[in-house]
Design a protein around this ligand. Structure first.
Ligand SMILES: Cc1ncc(C[n+]2csc(CCOP(=O)(O)OP(=O)(O)O)c2C)c(N)n1
Ligand SMILES: [Mg+2]
Length: 543
């Protein structure tokens, strides 16, 4: 094959991964490289800062499977690493990437690119490719481009996989009160269709978690709600923790936000946990990955009608509304989350931010065909807006999403509001809800209810669209202060039409939060006071 430039090789590989948009900020050392990006059919979409670029690439990859950003070295890349810094930048970046390469050798540049990208696909984690300023236009062999990148995980050992599937099936058959939990790793591994199908066929009690929210089919009659330890409704907590005798936990992801601050308790003995590279049956771990096991289980379950639950109807309301929230006066969080489903339609992509919105969103009814996610692992505020930008761009390119809805607190928005400029100029026509509660409410509830460090500068949110994109059409609704105003707005056909950038400002109380937050904080307070409480201790909640 003919020779290609190092930069062309790299961008052709990214194009082969379906990447049509690459994010970033230009800089001296990267300009020559950027000259090549269009040749591969990739658009470079510059952002206001590198942090936004990195979050947008993350969001893009959630939809497309892979995303990319390019920055200049030193200050550019360090700005992208969410505040990480280090004098020895290549040494530092090795610690936060699953593979790295700096393309200093023309003999290995192509294979270094391929190795990094294959590792990225295998591990489903970021890699780093450094392109020295004098390298991007040098010629290398294009032969490697003929070998496809490895987009599928290697299959499990068939014998082992069959053995595991049989063992799980025998547990399934003897179970009297089985429960399925669809969790974060099912979403990250793109196994939501198989998980929903198993729930549908079996009719067992089917719950999801904050990280699974937006991927579970909530229209199934056996959909029972969100399991988040002490933050769950009592019926869900009881059925999962106390009553069940078998739990098929598809991709457990035990982080603080996802487990009601580690207040979850599911007996390991009755649990089968499926993960990307292993399966755990009770306390025994087997090197057999979930992709094969889940598909094998699905075929077994499909073939065996004896394991279907007799009555799969749920006896409780998975979306209960506390009494206090029924009193319709000034706008309250619980009321907000109970009516927001009016605006969510099949084909919507809904992204929530860290803060009260992540907890609230878990309580919103999602119709089948609406998808969504929130960043429940790292919990870095300011992530949701740019990530939403990337995800919505990828979803629109793929033609799989009709509209994007972002739900963010005003404190989080203040970190990365410049992503509004990207959303406007890319004409993505988002619907954005900003919860304005005069500060960091989630932090206030943890510690420092009235502390000045939990307050924020006051912004005029209705001006943001004109500031960030005066030439693009946009609409501001608000400030919405009462339940009536919100209900009226959610019935407004113009809001539903969504033919331009729409921003809704919701005014909420400084100490008002979804009920699940109150439940979790009470549980942690109880724990702290039982376990030698340090004086004036705060809880470790909120990232
Ligand atoms: C980068 C980063 N800085 C600080 C935090 C700590 N933190 C977690 S939630 C939160 C408050 C978010 O406030 P806001 O977006 O206004 O949401 P609210 O809880 O008020 O609804 C803060 C400061 C974090 N998670 N990430
Ligand atoms: Mg706030």
């Amino acid at each position: 094959m003919s020779q290609v430039k190092v930069g062309d090789y790299l961008f052709q590989r990214l194009a082969q991964l379906g990447i049509k948009t690459c994010w970033g900020v230009p800089g001296d050392y990267e300009l020559a490289l950027l000259d090549l990006i269009g040749d591969a059919g990739i658009d470079f979409r510059g952002n206001a800062n590198e942090l936004i670029a990195s979050y947008a690439a993350d969001g893009y990859s959630r939809i497309n499977g892979a995303g990319a950003f390019v920055t200049t070295f030193g200050p550019g890349e360090l700005s992208a690493y969410c505040g990480h810094a280090g004098a020895m930048y290549h040494e530092m970046v090795k610690k936060i990437s699953v593979d790295t390469a700096v393309l200093t050798d023309l003999n290995t540049a192509g294979s270094d690119i391929d190795r990094c990208l294959n590792t990225m696909l295998y591990e489903s984690r970021p890699v780093y490719i450094g392109v020295p300023v004098d390298m991007s236009h040098q010629q290398i062999s294009g032969e490697g481009l003929k070998t496809p990148l490895k987009r599928e995980l290697p299959p499990n050992d068939k014998g082992e996989e069959d053995k595991i599937a049989k063992e799980i099936m025998s547990m399934i058959k003897s179970a009297k009160k089985p429960v399925i939990i669809m969790d974060g790793s099912a979403v990250r591994n793109n196994l939501t269709a198989e998980s929903n199908r198993i729930a549908e066929i079996t009719g067992w009690t089917f719950v999801t978690t904050c990280m699974g929210k937006g991927a579970a089919n909530e229209e199934l009659p056996n959909y029972s709600g969100i399991y988040e330890g002490a933050g769950s409704i009592e019926e869900v907590r009881k059925v999962v923790e106390d009553d069940s005798d078998f739990v098929l936990w598809i991709g457990s992801f035990r982080t603080d936000f996802n487990t009601g601050e580690m207040t979850d308790f599911v007996d390991e003995k009755k649990t089968v946990d499926l993960q990307r590279f292993f399966t755990k049956i009770g306390s025994k771990k087997y090197d057999v990955g979930m992709h094969g096991v889940l598909k094998a289980l699905l075929s077994e379950v499909e073939a065996d009608s004896s394991i279907k639950a007799k009555d799969s109807k749920v006896e409780w309301d998975p979306y209960p509304l506390p009494e206090a929230a029924k009193e319709k006066k000034e706008l309250k969080q619980d009321f907000l989350w109970s009516v927001l489903d009016k605006i969510i339609k099949p084909g919507d992509l809904v992204v929530g931010e860290t803060g009260t919105s992540a907890f609230g969103l878990a309580a919103v009814r999602f119709p089948k065909g609406a998808t969504g996610y929130n960043q429940t692992v790292f919990g870095s505020i300011g992530y949701a807006g740019p990530s939403f930008t990337g995800a919505l761009k990828a979803a629109k390119e793929a033609g799989i999403v009709k509209r994007g809805i972002l739900i963010t607190g005003e404190g989080s928005l203040q970190l990365t509001p410049m992503c509004f400029a990207d959303l406007l100029k890319l004409d993505l026509k988002p619907l954005i809800f900003v919860l304005n509660n005069n500060g960091y409410t989630v932090e206030r509830l943890i510690h420092g209810k009235t502390a000045s460090y939990n307050t924020l500068p006051v912004w005029d949110y209705k001006q943001l669209c004109t500031v960030f994109g005066p030439e693009f059409p946009s609409k501001y609704y608000g400030p919405i202060k009462t339940c009536d105003e919100l209900e009226k707005l959610l019935d407004d056909p113009e809001l539903h039409r969504g033919d331009c950038f729409q921003l809704v400002e919701l005014i909420l109380g400084e100490l008002d939060a979804p009920w699940s937050v109150g439940q979790v904080t009470a549980k942690i307070e109880e724990f702290n006071s039982k376990n030698a409480p340090p004086k004036d201790a705060g809880m470790s909640m909120g990232g």
